[in-house]
Design a protein around this ligand. Sequence first.
Ligand code: ADP
Ligand code: MG
Length: 243
Amino acid sequence: MFKIKNLQISLNKKNILDKIDLSIKDGDTHILMGQNGAGKSTLAQSIMGNPNYLVKGEISFNSHDLLKLDPQQRAALGIFLSFQQILEIPGVKIYDYLKLLYKTSHEKKFTPLKFKEFLKERMAILNFNEEFLTRSLNYGFSGGEKKKMEVLQMLVLEPKLIILDEIDSGLDIDAIQAVAKAVNFLKKEKQSSVLLITHYSRILSFLNIDVVHLLSKGKIIKTGSNDLVTEIEEKGFANFLKA
Ligand code: ADP
Ligand code: MG
């Protein structure tokens, strides 16, 4: 269970989020939508422990008080947040990097052959061919490939709470489908919970949505089901908020 209670987040003394309550049951998928600047990324970053933000209130995951933990400790509990600005790291071979990620996040050891199989299954979900493993991390990758590489890292880490911040922006439909497939894979294999931030309903048609939240000017002003997405898409944020 992931739980946020009466959360207030500020940055440089500016209040960005206020009175946020949000609970995600194990295995559930929540969608967070809202206009640019509403505070979506601020919330995601604060859950992960970005030290730039001043956070008051409660955030817990499986009864662990996250506000007492640094980002590495939060990741060790199985929380994953995709990066929005993805770094290119020339010289770091993808295969070696993913192996390191696996080692730091799993107790069970694999033989090199088993690990290759583990990777192969996950790369197939994302339509990556094996040639990628010999390349440098994100170096010379297209925007879409970088995002898929984030998701491949997620598939290796096998997080219990997946937070994806606009992962679908700028992706073609095949890549969107691949990302959704990756999320569904972890939901099935690991009963992972999901908090997905998006502007588009496209990716949502490939996922089973439990709850949708609308964030506006730092507050969750509406929580509902999938219908809320349709309604927002038809009206646009401004009109929806007026009504
Ligand atoms: P969203 O992800 O919903 O588009 P953000 O969480 O990125 O919104 O931003 C929320 C608000 O915080 C915006 O009004 C944004 O301008 C403000 N903000 C973000 N970073 C800074 C900063 N470094 N200094 C001042 N305000 C900031
Ligand atoms: Mg954002």
